[in-house]
Design a protein. Structure first.
Length: 528
């Protein structure tokens, strides 16, 4: 049976930092209730924030040309690089520690504030130099506008870490949704009135500011004016590895933006950004809900390897059962999706969307690697795996960029095919899990998802094409694209669920059980 308990080799026993005292481990029922409740509120946060931010994104995509959108992608890449210092390291160390002292919290808070001040000044000062490096002078003022965000974000890291540690995702959901809605209203208003790329700057600045204020209102912890070097060292010993993970992860995911922008130009980067956004949103909606709860859950179970192993297998099996049909469906429906969401201007992004959908399948089930490695005290393996991915990615880009964006995207998919099995082998060794048995659990979802393709293509030929001929676009292209997506998605989902029901009744029962559980939690959720 996949994921069945087996002894852990002594040489691979996970390491935990020494603690002054160890809290009583939660029972399986207590942990499950906390995790499910946290996952529910994480889902509310995730879907609510994504829906709001996507409205802004779609408006901008229809108002901006690919070249201008490429500039926004470059600015966002620079912002993401600076945010590594704030969103990695100490916050995750606070979540992972088995015992916390007040000095840990104060030290982490003031360290983040110092980083925010330095980051804001540095971003403002080097904006002109970065713009000159890309030969895009209009990039400089955008980067200077983004520089204010670092200081705002630095004020909330410790607060959010405490709430995540307590599974208080209700407060985090409120922070995210209120921030996104406020920022989205400003961003859309600016976009409609002709502010162009500056609507993105205003949207992000307002969103982060409102979100930070909501977090402070939700948390009763307040920093004291003190700093402890011993406690800094304790956090730094663990957080430095995660900071390295953040750096390597940035180059692993964002280096393509800079390379495409520099070698292929902002137009190509605009098309890639749109296609990657489809992949990113799908992964966020699918995985972020559970991955945000995964680290504190895995950390609580790290002392009990059989339960840890079972939790890891369960979450990845369920994720694959949702991710595989989702991304294969995106590949089939890419033309309709791009037309509906972004408009005719972005049709050249369709083949890029289809290639990245393959990458999304592997990415979704490997998304929990970092949480596992952090929870068992082995973040260094995350650094090693991401370094390998960076090396393979750079080699692929160097070989393929001369043939254009499509070839570069194909190389990104090949990178995933190379790195994915290596990462899974590492996880399997560290938690004493049979790699063969672990991979076998993905067979039924993969076969069932592939079986969707001929069903959806047949529906396209037999249903959509005749409707398009008889009622061309129903007088409204957007309405017709929406109708096509609805019909084809229904055929795909129906065929997938039928295959799952026939090939794996257990997965089908898992779907039903989770649906009942979420409905029950929602019905009995008391207002704050």
């Amino acid at each position: 049976m996949a994921c069945s308990p087996s002894p852990l080799p002594p040489s691979l026993s996970p390491h935990h930092p020494p603690t002054v005292s160890t809290p009583t481990p939660p029972t399986a029922t207590q942990l499950k209730r906390a995790a499910v409740k946290g996952a529910l509120w994480a889902a509310i946060q995730n879907w609510g924030s994504q829906a709001s931010s996507l409205v802004v994104f779609f408006v901008l995509a229809r108002l901006l040309q690919p070249e201008a959108f490429g500039l926004v992608a470059l600015a966002n890449g620079c912002l993401a690089f600076m945010q590594i210092f704030l969103e990695q390291g100490f916050a995750q160390a606070l979540i992972q520690r088995r015992t916390l002292e007040p000095e840990h919290l104060d030290t982490a808070f003031w360290t983040n504030v110092a980083i925010g001040v330095v980051g804001s000044g540095l971003s403002f000062g080097v904006a002109g130099w970065i713009a000159a490096g890309f030969s895009q002078p209009q990039l400089a003022p955008i980067l200077r506008g983004f520089s204010l965000i670092f200081l705002v974000v630095s004020l909330r890291g410790t607060q959010q870490a405490l709430l995540e540690r307590q599974f208080n995702y209700k407060a985090i959901a409120a922070r995210s949704i209120f921030g996104i809605v406020a920022g989205g209203a400003v961003g859309i208003g600016m976009a409609v009135t002709g502010w162009g790329v500056w609507s993105l700057v205003g949207q992000q600045l307002i969103s982060r500011t409102v979100g930070t204020l909501v977090l402070w209102m939700a948390s009763d912890w307040r920093p004291r004016l003190r700093f402890s070097w011993p406690h800094f060292q304790q956090l730094f010993d663990f957080g430095s590895s995660l900071l390295a993970v953040g750096f390597v992860g940035f180059f692993n995911t964002r280096i393509n933006d800079f390379l495409i922008g520099y070698f292929l130009g902002p137009v190509a980067l605009g098309y890639y950004t749109i296609a990657y956004r489809v992949l990113q949103v799908s992964t966020q909606l699918l995985v972020r809900t559970t991955s945000s709860v995964a680290l504190p859950t895995f950390s609580r179970l790290s002392h009990d390897l059989p339960r840890f192993r079972l939790a890891f297998c369960s979450v990845t099996r369920l994720t694959s059962a949702i991710a595989f049909p989702l991304f294969i469906g995106i590949g089939v429906l890419a033309p309709q999706l791009v037309l509906l969401l972004f408009g005719q201007t972005w049709l050249p992004a369709v083949p890029i969307v289809r290639l990245l959908a393959i990458s999304g399948m592997m990415r979704s089930i490997s998304f929990f690697k970092s949480s596992v490695l952090i929870a068992i005290g082995q973040p260094i393996w995350t650094v090693r795996l991401k370094l390998l991915s960076v090396v393979v990615n750079l080699a692929g880009f160097a070989i393929t960029y001369r043939w254009g964006l499509l070839a570069v995207t194909a190389a990104i998919v090949v990178r995933g095919l190379v790195v994915f099995p290596i990462g899974q082998w590492v996880i399997s060794r560290l938690i004493a899990l049979s790699l063969k048995q672990y991979l076998q659990q993905f067979a039924v979802p993969l076969v069932s998802a592939i079986a969707m393709i001929p069903v959806m293509l047949t529906a396209q030929w037999a249903v959509i094409s005749p409707v398009e001929t008889v009622l061309p676009h129903l007088g409204n292209p957007i309405l017709f694209d929406l109708l096509s997506l609805s019909i084809l998605s229904s055929f795909g989902v129906g065929s997938y669920l039928l295959s799952i029901r026939l090939l794996s009744p257990q997965i089908f029962r898992d779907f039903l059980r989770i649906g009942r559980l979420l409905r029950s939690k929602t019905a009995h959720q008391k207002p704050a």
